[in-house]
Write a protein that binds this ligand. Structure first.
Ligand SMILES: NC(=O)c1ccc[n+]([C@@H]2O[C@H](COP(=O)([O-])OP(=O)(O)OC[C@H]3O[C@@H](n4cnc5c(N)ncnc54)[C@H](O)[C@@H]3O)[C@@H](O)[C@H]2O)c1
Length: 360
């Protein structure tokens, strides 16, 4: 894949940014180097932050009120990277709907909303205005996950039968789950392993949660619409020195492991030769040898940057390309967001141990 730099694009999206906090500064504004973005204006309730970002990233105008910015600048698209309100609810639905009604496409960071109803309100506004919303499911854009998906959809891999994903996160006790502030941390993080499972396994049919009373760690047993089953291991209690994640997908005599989001191993169909009790060496034929990839960290290549490894540049590039081609995003869509919130509401509203239907 050859990356085009901002200044090389023949046409760029006239874009306005809402929210100039820590994540936008570290991980979103810098992606515009690699995307067709013409940064018309930036906005933050904290005007000094907005001014600092405007200086650093070359925005044409600065605002502290996004409605005024939408009215005056009439952007083609907005990128919204705001935080939670006083009740621990993401601010995205209200701001995104205002942007759609002002004629802009919108990209929103995660978590997109705190309820299915809020996502459905964005879907209705999107339908009504013929403008679309892209959602920051960054893990759907990690090169390691994209590679894993490409392998597991090859005919040679066979149908995916099981998927396991590990991610460190605790689930509050049932008595606390109706309090949006106490569920804020869970909502903030469930987005990430959910989006890996959704991206690799497809739509989710149902799930069942088992929570450890010791520390709130949990297993969620998942059935996918495809017929595959999966488990999400929310491994609260693992060491802070450990890589956070590991994902494994099993096909027909083949499997793929994604370790720490940068190491991909494809164990192809095959085995030691000679039969059980007779095989004198564990090396099978070279045709069946595992394939392993990991980045070298020597060269000043784009693929070595966190902006690429963690999906930020790919997700923003994809959204901008959708805007230029006037087509709604298929990866990181509002439909994905609605399913995520159905999953979240299953954790929030249904007792542990009950199997909850997600697919409608
Ligand atoms: N995908 C990831 O890897 C990742 C990582 C970190 C954070 N995030 C997400 O990014 C978002 C921002 O996180 P953060 O750590 O930068 O938070 P932050 O509090 O540092 O920044 C949020 C900014 O939004 C501004 N803001 C809030 N409401 C606004 C409004 N109505 N108009 C204009 N500006 C407004 C705030 O003033 C603040 O500067 C959160 O949704 C968080 O979950 C994603």
């Amino acid at each position: 894949m050859r990356i085009t730099y901002n200044h090389e694009y023949p046409r760029r999206v006239r874009l306005a940014a809402i929210g100039c906090g820590g994540h936008a500064l570290r991980n979103i504004f810098p992606t515009y180097q690699f995307a067709p973005v013409d940064l018309a204006a930036v906005c933050d309730l904290d005007r000094e932050r907005a001014e600092a970002c405007a200086r650093l990233f070359g925005a044409g105008a600065v605002y502290a009120d996004y409605r005024e910015m939408l009215e005056r600048e009439r952007p083609e698209a907005v990128v919204i990277v705001t935080n939670y309100d006083e009740n621990g609810r993401p601010r995205y639905p209200g701001i995104a709907i205002d942007a759609l009604r002002a004629g802009a496409h919108a990209w929103i960071e995660k978590p997109p909303a705190a309820s299915v109803a809020e996502v459905e309100a964005m879907i209705a506004a999107s339908d009504e205005t013929a403008r679309f919303v892209g959602v920051g499911f960054k893990k759907m854009f990690f090169p390691a996950n994209v590679k894993a998906k490409e392998i597991i959809t090859r005919p040679e891999f066979g149908a995916v039968s099981t998927i396991t994903a590990r991610y460190p996160q605790s689930l509050p006790p049932e008595a606390d789950r109706s309090d949006s502030r106490r569920m804020c941390g869970f909502l903030d993080h469930i987005v990430h392993p959910y989006s890996v499972l959704r991206y690799l396994g497809g739509p989710i049919e149902s799930l069942q949660v088992e929570r450890s009373r010791i520390n709130g760690a949990s297993f969620t047993h998942i059935r996918f619409v495809s017929g595959a089953v999966g488990s999400l291991h929310l491994a609260h209690g693992q060491s802070g020195m450990s890589p956070l994640e590991r994902t494994e997908i099993i096909g027909d005599s083949a499997n793929v492991v994604v370790d720490n989001n940068v190491r991909v191993t494809y164990y192809r169909r095959g085995g030691a030769e000679g039969g059980y009790g007779r095989a004198g060496t564990f090396f099978g034929s070279d045709d069946a040898a595992p394939l392993h990839w990991e980045p070298e960290f020597s060269l000043g290549q784009l693929y070595n940057k966190g902006l690429f490894l963690l999906g930020y540049a790919p997700e923003i590039r994809y959204f901008c390309e959708c805007v230029l081609e006037n087509r709604a995003p298929e990866v990181g869509s509002l439909a994905d967001a609605r399913e995520l919130l159905r999953v979240f509401e299953a954790y929030q509203q249904r007792p542990d141990g009950e199997r909850v239907v997600i697919a409608r």
